[in-house]
Design a binder for this molecule. Sequence first.
Ligand SMILES: [Zn+2]
Length: 173
Amino acid sequence: MSDQLPELIDPVVFAERQSHIQGRLNLRRLDRLADILFDGKGELKVDLQFYKEGKVPIIEGSIVGQVTLVCQSCLQALDWSVDKPVKIGMVQTIEQADRLTGEFEPMMVSDEKMSLPGLIEDEVLISLPDFPRHEQKCLQYQPAVKLAEPKITKQESENPFAVLAKLKITGDQ
Ligand SMILES: [Zn+2]
């Protein structure tokens, strides 16, 4: 099992070959997702099986992992488990889309290759809540903010003013 996911895939060819993709995807590769995350920590485990249902290429599998969302109440980090089942039927016409059974989500594809990280990103984005919030009432339990009193430490160096005046009186004259 390789951890390296391909960047571009040809879903039709993958389906014909019954390709199986497994790997990890660093969140830093997903710009649109990164925009709504609290930070870029975490990764997604991707497991996708490609096959054909009649003439329609299918992608079936799962995307699981941990991300950190921004709580919409307190704007702090909110740990979130991603567990998105994937069941996509790749269609090229509206008729094909209509013939798909309900369990598959139709996705229009062209003959061109598609971005695998982009597809994963789309799947994760639709699985996330619009207004994620901590389960507890996070705002009420926030401790009152106390500003620490500034401590000024005086460290005046005591420069001894040692003024030595020497008065030489020469009585030679
Ligand atoms: Zn919160």
